[in-house]
Design a protein around this ligand. Sequence first.
Ligand code: UT7
Length: 323
Amino acid sequence: MIRSVVRGIGSALPRRIMTNKDFEALVDTSDEWIVQRTGIRQRHIAGDDETTASLGEAAARAALDHAGLQPDDIDVIVLATSTPNNTFPATAVEIQNRLGIHHGFAFDLQAVCSGFVYAITMADLHLRGGLGKRALVIGSETFSRILDWTDRTTCVLFGDGAGAVVLEAAEGEGSLSDRGILASALRSDGAQKDKLYVDGGPSTTGTVGHLRMQGREVFKHAVGMITDVIEDVFSRTNITSDEIDWFVPHQANKRIIDASAKKLGIAEEKVVVTVDLHGNTSAASVPLALAHAVREGKIKRGDLVLLEAMGGGFTWGAVLLRW
Ligand code: UT7
């Protein structure tokens, strides 16, 4: 049985760091409120020369280096983003060209904060379907460009960055001791669109628009959705929460992460938290957290890793993989 195995991982962050203190001069907020309600202490903000494509390219190059591979070894690129460089062509194709790859195919995938979980699942299906041997799965965002910098309820929450993995099709036994992606579950429901959306777009206003969120409403749904989809993955694999080595959740709010881990019975020391360093980087949040945990020597070959994300749409999903 073909399994999609992670061969390498990398990340990239804009040079500029903005601390909570920096926001006190912009809007009516405080470091204390932001830390208490979200766990965020700082985030990276893209400069004029830093874009979703340039950050995605840098993360992809780092993942290729980590894998010991060359750009030409890649057949498929899936970029998860809600902040593309242009409305079209796909930013994935721009990254493909920046990497000097002129074979195979590349496309963008839009599932907001769930983007990376969706993208790694799509890449897995492509590799297992025989459409390629190796895929780059990238989450890259410049949410700072779609924030309303006068709205304290949203502008303090988000940051920019990118993370990427190289997935390779490898022969597995078909058992849960195989390395690679073992199970995925994806969901969406458009009924809650007004809770988290951007108030512009090519077909409506002809503008890019700004992010709008009813934070408390999103919060109310988050833990239930996250735990439901993870329980689905657990029941389909017969894996229980105590068998998980590392839980790498979407990094939106430390309180959501803690409540989800508690409800699932996942021990605190197995939870990877980077929301303090990066804020919410949407589709980049899970691969940035994964890269951080690998760099720190936490996640090691053979570990059972659980990913999850939830965001605008609503969209939500979970992926179980053996590193
Ligand atoms: O990645 C996609 C998924 N997104 C999320 O998961 C975000 C989910 N939501 C959240 O993380 C939280 O709801 C927030 C962090 C956005 C807000 O935390 P909260 O505990 O739900 O606060 P709240 O919205 O209930 O607001 C409490 C108070 C309000 O004042 P009043 O109405 O009680 O007087 C807000 O106006 O805090 C006020 N407030 C702020 N105060 C200082 C809102 N933003 C700020 C701020 N600084 N930046």
